[in-house]
Design a protein around this ligand. Structure first.
Ligand SMILES: [Zn+2]
Length: 414
């Protein structure tokens, strides 16, 4: 069975072989009539089999499943219980900590389900959520949020695949009792070994333990690192050194790294080069970082975001994450990677054509998580989405409705 999607657009940056795929080039997009045989994309065509069913698409845009590498589903949608938001990172941590008294099974599940619905509507195929671990509680005990989010992940498998990553302080991984127990639990439940580090005393030991445990249990790593400004934060450098020293082969994703904004010259070049050589990926989280960093009195005059552009230039795998949604760390937002890319355009001064940056929330984000990046021309038609937008500025301005392409193909004629 042949289908012809008449007049669609595909972002060139999301095609593995744009020239073979064909189409007319304009503003970082390929336009034309897209031929599908059974579930396979054959590319843009000027002629088509007479029996092809023609579906008029009116210039709409084909997208692959989007990838969301950094969320906090245990915290999302708690803002209505936190009227005094608006402090710095530590104030947000403390406010969210106090809200944990409300984290019943029902509360956690309801909020996580709402997030999953939003991710599905946004066309997300794979997402990763961090889950607070320890934070004043016994770190050898599995937090209730971990169990509830694991159930949610199970329920949603195949619609939105949800990975979970534990989020203890890096000191906890250095603990000879807690570290191996947490890693074993990650291995048992398909999780990612994560931790946060902001100048913690035992950070060097903690990172050494994290790499050792990840190797032993076959885990990927994901760090919240150096989420603050100032030249004394060295977490990212310790991670890069450890990755190079151990030759770790799993994926290592570092989020935040706002401290890179305070580095320049040779020190910055050396660190970014080490990250590139070690295969460490960098995730920028524009909304939370712009909201919390450099908080003082009055208008901020510093931009709290990592140096994503310089990192990409030297070959570091880069991506964007949504981070916090309507919680103590960021009072607004939705679980939509396109909204995050939209926020990143002014935050990071992303340049035209904007279509070139879509991999930050799709193929590059997948690679950063250690997953296989899937381009439009490598996927079956049934895995793709159609967005109600004719240009990428429209796509990122209106965050339009997205429908699974399979629904359009399966719709009755007429
Ligand atoms: Zn985070």
């Amino acid at each position: 069975m042949f289908h012809l999607l008449r007049n669609v657009a595909c972002p060139e940056s999301l095609l593995s072989s744009p020239d073979r795929f064909g189409g007319e080039r304009r503003d970082g997009l390929r336009h034309g009539d897209l031929l599908i045989h059974d579930d396979r994309l054959l590319g843009f065509t000027r002629s088509h089999p007479a029996e092809a069913r023609i579906l008029s698409c009116d210039g709409r845009m084909v997208l692959p499943p989007l990838i969301e590498p950094h969320l906090h589903l245990d915290k999302a949608y708690t803002i209505h219980r936190l009227p005094d938001f608006g402090g710095d990172l530590l104030s947000a941590i403390n406010a969210q900590e106090a809200d944990k008294a409300n984290w019943t099974d029902g509360d956690l599940r309801l909020r996580a389900e709402r997030a999953m619905q939003e991710l599905l509507a946004a066309g997300v195929g794979l997402a990763r959520s961090h889950v607070d671990w320890g934070h004043g509680a016994d770190p050898t005990r599995v937090p209730r949020a971990w169990d509830i989010l694991s159930e949610v992940a199970q329920d949603w498998r195949g619609r939105v695949d949800l990975q979970l990553s534990c989020l203890p302080a890096i000191d906890i991984l250095a603990d000879p009792d807690a570290g191996p127990r947490i890693a074993a639990r990650m291995a048992q439940s398909g999780g990612v070994l994560g931790a946060w580090c902001l100048g913690h005393d035992r950070r060097a030991e903690g990172f050494a333990a994290a790499f050792r445990l990840a190797e032993e249990f076959g885990l990927n790593l994901d760090f919240h690192v150096d989420e603050g400004q100032g030249r004394d934060l060295d977490g990212l450098r310790l991670i890069a050194d450890m990755a190079l020293r151990t030759g770790f082969k799993g994926s290592v994703l570092c989020g935040h790294a706002v401290s890179l904004m305070d580095m320049d010259g040779d020190a910055l070049s050396r660190l970014l080069d080490a990250m590139a050589r070690a295969g460490i990926a960098l995730c920028a989280l524009p909304t939370t970082n712009l909201f919390l960093q450099s908080r003082g009195t009055g208008t901020p005059d510093r931009r709290g975001i990592t140096r994503l552009i310089e990192a990409a230039e030297v070959g570091v795998q880069t991506c964007l994450g949504t981070d916090n949604v309507q919680d103590a760390f960021f009072p607004l937002g939705r679980h939509d990677p396109l909204a995050t890319l939209s926020a990143a355009v002014p935050a990071l001064h992303l340049t035209a054509p904007l279509a070139a940056h879509l991999p930050l929330v799709s193929t590059r984000a997948a690679a950063a998580m250690g997953a296989r990046p899937a381009h439009i021309d490598q996927l079956p038609a049934s895995a793709l989405w159609l967005a109600e937008a004719r240009t990428v500025p429209e796509l990122l301005s209106y965050l339009p409705h997205r429908v699974p392409l399979r629904d359009i193909i399966a719709a009755p004629a007429g």
